[in-house]
Design a binder for this molecule. Sequence first.
Ligand SMILES: [Zn+2]
Length: 261
Amino acid sequence: MKERVSSLFLKRSQSLAVALFLILLPATQAGQSDQHHGSEEPMPPEQALKLLGGGNLRYLSHDATNPPDYKRERKELVDGQHPYAIVLSCSDSRVPPEIVFDETLGKIFVIRVAGNVTDPTELGSVEYAADHRYSSLLFVMAHESCGAVKTTMDAVRTNTYPRSANLMALINSIKPTLDRTRLNTENKADVAVNVDRNLKAQMVNVVRKSASLARRVQRGELLIVGSIYSLKDGDARPLYYYDKSDGKVKPYPPAKTGRPN
Ligand SMILES: [Zn+2]
């Protein structure tokens, strides 16, 4: 299973392989994932990851052969939703999850906040989705060159903080995740290090700050996967997962066989 999941996120240069792969994908993955997930139980996280991966491939290959029918979808969704994935992403205008995963109405439960931080309102939103058993996958999507991370790096380096308590709340969520020895926002490597650290810390925070989500993770009802979206290439492959056995964030897919937690 894990090989198939990771194979969905092919190297960006393999555009021909991507095209071939799309042809070979089953219709439910190659087209919009418009099969109705009728059961009460959420689909397995690996299956949800496959759907996200297939969508990211369609997005990368500019496949617009199966446009959404919003009128029909709105009608179908009036009485409820059953999104297959919960996505926590940055508010940055360049990383809209529905576009990045080529998805339409009712498919992804999205929480967006600058710096993809995990404060009470964001965690409350994830808990809401998990409590409704929508999805067993929480996909945390950071991105390259994140402005929220850079702003926090600048604030810490210069010891200059905004007056707004709201902006401070955001900065205070990112601040503890930074490498204090690498705060040069002109240096792309420093920014990349801190984007990576912030992503991993926010993934761990989900479990640390939410007893309800921690229980779900421990019971195997929720898999937390992290990604760093590439602004230039559009690649949103899974990079990390939260390993419930030791509470650490590790490279995805797991080295051993079987389910990643
Ligand atoms: Zn950002």
